[in-house]
Design a protein around this ligand. Structure first.
Ligand SMILES: *Cc1c(COP(=O)(O)O)cnc(C)c1O
Length: 356
């Protein structure tokens, strides 16, 4: 039998979703676990969570909750598009590479038009190029743009960049969606208000990720352009995303937002990634691919070095962003980072000795 009682569950850097639930989310779940309340979102926790988002974003947005990011992203894109429309995104976008075709499935066929990008960021020029390349009836009509903040490559769009993107969208009649699986990390990284990073910069809809920020499960969907939210509740229900015990999706958000844990957790994860990046940069044979801007560090190193790390029990992916990716989370321990770097240095030294 698998050992579910092991106490030796060491931290890894494979993904920020390897982590557990933070105290603030856990306490709110526990508080919600009292008595009976109405089901399907008609409860005080769901109302309080939606209000907390409106207060934090300084606007009367429409708020919905889904179980995960794949559902949130693909249902939003489906609601922005007809089946003959297209969505512009980066080739490295989660919607393209990691959602098993869910955006196309839920939209009944809206095509993702991918843009090559060396650093995982979309640019106004790329939007312009794709939006104007074909305007004949034989090609799906671009209707939406989706960007990830922070990106799958661990980068963060600045407010200026977001404004430039949204003005390109406006020019071409495109709606702008933000995949914010790591939105908190972006806020913590550039120190802007959530409003500044979204609707004040022209974002129509945000999927705000809770899972990687310290919750057990859950994604909030915020429609700043409220007209676009029409019938979105039906879409969620049809897709199996309407939780009957909604209070348990909503309550952790109340705990996270009211305590400020959402931002503290992200700031901690980012700080750990900067620290990890600093240490890794000093190891001969290891190159930092992009300077860390959020909670990810990407490095290139020889297969021998990386294989050595796998053999020492370290888990990490090498297929995301074309390099080895190390993620920090809300509970990352600096001592574990030091251990990781010691091992990596050893693997690198051993490999370089063998080469001589
Ligand atoms: C993790 C992640 C998601 C959400 O993935 P789920 O596993 O469906 O919750 C969405 N976008 C990005 C960029 C992610 O990293």
């Amino acid at each position: 039998m698998a050992d579910i009682h092991s106490t030796d569950l060491l931290q890894q850097f494979a993904s920020d979703n390897y982590s557990g639930i933070c105290p603030e989310a856990w306490t709110a779940m526990e508080a919600a676990n009292r008595g009976h309340v109405s089901a399907y979102g008609d409860d005080p926790w769901t109302a309080a969570a939606a209000d907390a988002f409106r207060e934090m974003f300084e606007t009367e947005c429409e708020v919905f909750f889904a179980f995960n990011g794949t559902a949130a992203n693909s249902l939003v894109l489906a609601s922005l598009c007809q089946s003959y429309h297209a969505v512009i995104c980066c080739e490295s976008a989660h919607v393209e590479t990691d959602e098993c075709g869910a955006p196309e499935f839920f939209s009944n066929g809206s095509k993702l038009l991918v843009v090559q990008s060396s650093d995982g960021k979309l640019t106004p020029a790329a939007i312009q190029e794709i939006a104007t390349k074909r305007q004949d009836i034989h090609f799906p009509k671009p209707r939406a743009v989706t960007i990830s903040q922070s990106t799958e490559t661990g980068r963060v769009y600045t407010v200026e960049e977001l404004r430039a993107l949204s003005s390109a969208c406006e020019q071409h009649g495109l709606r702008l969606h933000m995949d914010g699986a790591r939105f908190a990390n972006a806020c913590a990284s550039i120190g802007c208000s959530p409003a500044e990073l979204t609707w004040r910069s022209g974002i129509d809809v945000l999927c705000f990720g809770g899972t990687k920020n310290g919750m057990a499960v859950g994604e909030a969907i915020l429609f700043f352009n409220r007209k676009l939210a029409e019938d979105f509740d039906y879409r969620c229900k049809q897709a199996g995303q309407l939780s009957s015990k909604m209070r348990f999706l909503a309550a952790p958000w109340v705990g996270m937002l009211e305590s400020g844990a959402w931002l503290r957790n992200a700031a901690h994860a980012n700080a750990c990634a900067f620290y990890l990046g600093d240490q890794l940069a000093r190891i001969p044979g290891v190159q930092i691919v992009w300077p860390p801007e959020a909670n990810a560090v990407f490095v290139s190193a020889s297969d021998e070095i990386l294989e050595g790390m796998h053999q020492r029990g370290w888990k990490f992916y090498t297929f995301i962003g074309g390099a080895a990716r190390f993620m920090c989370s809300w509970d990352t321990d600096r001592e574990r980072i030091d251990e990781f770097c010691r091992d990596l240095r050893l693997c690198a030294e051993r490999t370089s000795m063998q080469a001589k």
